[in-house]
Design a protein around this ligand. Structure first.
Ligand SMILES: Nc1ncnc2c1ncn2[C@@H]1O[C@H](COP(=O)(O)OP(=O)(O)OP(=O)(O)O)[C@@H](O)[C@H]1O
Length: 591
């Protein structure tokens, strides 16, 4: 270890920025080679035209000094020529760099979406939806701005500065060295400010994610907030977050605002030096006036891109902070993966066996411990138990949304951890009390059960789910929009649409989380009828809340604190007078 860094220690910021920029270049920017070449060419033309101003002025002044009449047409022509070339190339370059930045943002968004939509369920559950959305909106906007500024400044402005410096050296190398020394002195504080901005920028993006998830939660819980009169409470919470945002952004702006004055002072000092140094030499006859004029014009042209480059360091640091987040997301590895030699699940009847399964969400805390259960083809198995006993977790393990820590889940004798995920999920239909409908037509919502299903198949599924009549009663029939999260439908209607979707899927194994939400008696009867229809001839594992369901079940497993404490049919469990008998007395009292 020559640099004294500890193994595994975070890289210094500069090395990290370099690595991020290199990766962005390799993975994203070079995907658009033609656009990149075009933008660079235009930036070079723009820069050359700008740095040419100094030469034009120097030549024109020389002609004037010699009283050469050609100055009358040559000087304006050269200046106009340079202006026109610069304007046109500036316009085209702006278009090209924006296009490049937008294309990179599009590609990053696609890559982020692909990564997230295929990520583990556990990972998706961990991050609030608002924070995920903020990655696609706020992060990407910041990155786009940074990239456009970088693309413009790093090429055009950097080349302009280089061009001007060449002209300056050509006109007066000694003076140029003095000016450079002044400007380099200003570079140090700007680097320090850039580092501070980078640190804050990461915090700002995290906080934006927090604000977004707060907004998402707040507005999706509008019904609760209104009925509990929680508007004031909500406003207070919102104010706190917006205030925090205000303070974070203000601190950032205060950092950024220091850059301009530093550059202003540096430019002023440089100009003073130019006049002092050059004036002294002009008085001694060592400098021509035309050279001095040319020098001042070239310096003037150079100072605006130098300022832009200085403020760019802040923007770049913000961009790097976001880029860090984006690449960290793209590098996430799913923990739940498909084995290399995974085979499609070959279904013979839909026999589900859970063998000695244990699972933990938090290390050291068993959410499920040594669970063994058996659901033979066509059987209905009921899971019953107090809240938090692990029923939902068990269904999630069967759907392989999580992998068990110990033990295995088998379907028709095949360990699902060794089967191709898509083939496993094809054999399962999950109907949860939390219905997911999209803001699309009812027809399309049902068709998600089997993409490409014919209208006849969709209608048959809706009929079996007892949804056909209510759908026909809607103004647009099957083409009625379900509204955001299905808000145009009633709770019972939403559930029947979800059941129709599961019927259309026609999977041999049904995982059912029975609705506990208060549907009115008529609505509940219809949903129940639809569920009975769905579970016929399928292996059904149901989190049961109704007496009718448990009575009908071939076997009931009673869970308590992640363990199966009793199993058997309704009558035998009642006779045992254990937990089931107690739960049954409480829970199914009405039945
Ligand atoms: N995503 C999670 N992260 C951490 N712990 C979790 C998570 N989901 C559930 N748990 C914990 O695991 C245990 C089992 O939860 P689970 O949701 O499976 O219970 P349940 O029997 O379905 O409860 P309910 O009937 O109330 O829906 C609980 O103690 C719960 O707090």
């Amino acid at each position: 270890m020559t640099d004294g860094a500890l193994p595994g220690a975070p890289k210094p910021q500069r090395a990290r920025s370099f690595a991020l920029a290199k990766r962005l270049w390799r993975e994203q920017i070079t995907q658009h080679k033609a656009l990149l070449a075009w933008a660079t060419l235009l930036a070079t033309i723009t820069a050359a035209a700008a740095s040419g101003y100094g030469v034009v002025v120097q030549q024109a002044s020389g002609l004037l000094e010699n009283r050469d009449p050609s100055v009358l047409w040559l000087a304006p022509a050269l200046i106009l020529g340079a202006v026109i070339v610069r304007s046109v190339s500036l316009f085209l370059q702006n278009l090209a760099t924006n296009r490049l930045a937008l294309a990179i943002m599009r590609d990053l968004q696609i890559a982020m979406f692909d990564r997230l939509i295929t990520a583990d369920f556990q990972r998706l559950e961990r991050e609030p939806v608002g924070a995920i959305i903020s990655r696609f909106t706020n992060d990407i906007t910041m990155l786009r701005e940074g990239l456009i500024r970088a693309a413009n400044n790093l090429t055009r402005d950097f080349l302009t500065v280089v061009g001007c410096l060449i002209v300056l050296f050509w006109l007066d190398w000694a003076l140029t060295l003095v000016v450079l020394a002044v400007l380099l002195l200003a570079g140090h504080p700007i680097t320090v400010i850039g580092k501070a901005i980078r640190k804050r920028s990461g915090d700002i993006q995290d906080q934006m994610g927090d604000v977004s998830s707060f907004l998402e939660e707040g507005f999706s819980g509008a019904r609760m907030i209104k009925t509990f009169s929680l508007e004031d409470w909500s406003q207070t919470r919102a104010r706190g977050r917006f205030q925090q945002r205000f303070e974070l952004l203000l601190a950032m702006v205060a950092q950024r605002a220091r850059i301009e004055p530093i550059m202003e002072v540096a430019a002023g000092v440089a100009l003073a030096v130019i006049f002092g140094f050059a004036g002294w030499r002009a008085l001694n006859g060592a400098t021509e006036l035309s050279d001095l004029l040319g020098f001042i014009v070239a310096f003037g042209v150079m100072s605006s891109p130098i300022r832009a480059l200085a403020s760019l360091s802040g923007v770049l640091q913000e961009g790097f902070a976001v880029l860090d987040r984006v690449f960290a997301l793209l590098d996430e590895q799913p923990s739940l993966t498909e084995a290399d030699d995974a085979k499609p699940l070959a279904l013979t009847g839909g026999h589900v066996r859970v063998k000695d399964v244990s699972f933990q969400y938090e290390p050291g805390v068993d959410a499920l411990s040594h669970i063994t259960l058996d659901a033979k083809p066509g059987e209905t198995i009921a899971l019953v138990g107090p809240s938090g006993s692990g029923k939902t977790t068990l269904l999630n393990l069967i759907a392989r949304l999580y992998d068990p820590r110990e033990g295995s889940v088998e379907i028709d004798g095949q360990n699902i951890a060794q089967a191709q995920l898509a083939s496993l999920r094809r054999q399962l239909a999950l109907v949860s009390q939390e219905v997911t409908l999209f803001d699309d037509t009812i027809k399309n919502n049902i068709a998600l059960g089997k993409l490409g299903a014919s209208d006849d198949e969709i209608i048959a599924a809706a009929k079996a789910a007892d949804a056909h009549d209510f759908i026909l009663g809607l103004s647009g029939g099957y083409d009625t929009q379900a509204g955001p999260k299905g808000s145009n439908l009633s709770g019972g209607q939403r559930q029947r649409v979800a059941i129709a979707r599961a019927i259309l899927k026609d999977a041999p194994i049904l995982l059912l989380d029975e609705a506990t939400s208060a549907l009115d008696a008529k609505s509940e009867a219809r949903v129940q009828h639809a569920l009975d229809e769905l579970s016929r001839d399928r292996t059904t594992i149901v989190i049961a809340h109704r007496l009718a369901t448990v009575r009908k079940a071939d076997r009931i497993y009673v869970l308590k604190a992640g363990e199966i404490v009793e199993s058997g049919d309704h009558d035998s469990l009642i006779q045992e007078s254990g937990l089931y008998a107690q739960l049954s007395a409480l829970q199914f009292a009405d039945g």
